[in-house]
Design a protein around this ligand. Structure first.
Ligand code: NDP
Length: 243
């Protein structure tokens, strides 16, 4: 058994930094042709472009906000022109936010829900015409969506919404040969430094004794993107070290 992604055409949203960057590089190194999007131009995008060029050659980086229908349409058009079709769509773009629920402004509720749940709705709907039988849709959810956490009611509501979206789409799109699943990471260390006391608190909570890395998440995404997971549909896979 071999995890083969050679020639698979993949769109990963929010690939310029953090977990998304790990997913883009991981899938590209496994042989996939990868396109990704981001909102902000800058060093993160430049350095991803450099790394992709050095390791895999061809790649497509597109500035597009997943919560904006016109920008999503433009992103999907780049995928259509460059790839013709898609085999895998990984919905990673997300924003985190910490606000006491009693003080949560409606604008912040909308920003967080529009990005974390509205983005996956838009991108899934608009990429459907490019996906054919054998295709895989992967949402990056969050472990806290099922256990809850203070100050993140809006974030966890959106991430929990992805689980419902997944279960329904698995049933609606399964007959077309498409699979839909969620990867739910626990605490993952990215370029954003985790304060030492927070890291220590998590370390004590996580049986494997460490925070996760973007590569830990990318490995499970690669499994779901590959044929090895061909009978896995409508599932949520936690990537949390057993927290
Ligand atoms: P980062 O903030 O480090 O990176 C987020 C990425 O998504 C960036 O590339 C960002 O681009 C992009 N992005 C954000 N909003 C949009 C948007 N509206 N349209 C397009 N791209 C966008 O996040 P993480 O790597 O920490 O998290 C990635 C995913 O994993 C998120 O969905 C998050 O909720 C989830 N997650 C993370 C955990 C963690 O511990 N880190 C734990 C559980 C889940 P730009 O820089 O241009 O904004």
């Amino acid at each position: 058994m071999e995890l083969r992604l050679t020639g698979r055409k993949v769109l990963v949203t929010g690939g310029s930094r953090g977990i998304g960057r790990g997913i883009v590089l991981g899938l590209a190194r496994a042989g996939a042709d990868v396109a990704t999007c981001y909102r902000t131009e800058g060093e993160a995008v430049t350095s991803l472009a450099r790394e992709l060029k050095e390791t895999v050659g061809d790649h497509h980086l597109v500035k597009a906000d997943v919560s904006d229908p016109a920008e999503v349409d433009a992103l999907v058009e780049v995928c259509r022109v460059s790839f013709g079709s898609l085999d895998v769509v990984v919905h990673n773009a997300g924003v985190i936010s910490h606000v006491p629920f009693a003080e949560l402004p409606v604008e912040e509720w909308r920003r967080v829900v529009d990005t974390n749940l509205g983005g996956p709705y838009l991108v899934t709907q608009r990429t459907l015409p490019l996906l054919s039988a054998g295709g895989s849709v992967v949402f990056v959810g969050s472990r806290v969506a099922t256990v809850g956490i203070p100050l993140r009611a809006h974030y966890t509501a959106a991430k929990a919404g992805l689980v419902g979206l997944t279960r329904s789409l698995a049933k609606e799109l399964g007959p077309k040969g498409l699979r839909v699943n969620v990867v739910a990471p626990g605490p993952i260390e990215t370029e954003e430094p985790t304060p030492a006391e927070v890291r220590e608190r998590y370390r004590k909570m996580i049986p494997l004794g460490r925070l996760g890395t973007p590569d830990d998440v990318a490995g499970v995404v690669a499994f779901l993107a590959s044929d090895l997971s061909r009978f896995v549909n409508g599932e949520t896979i936690n990537v949390d070290g057993g927290i």
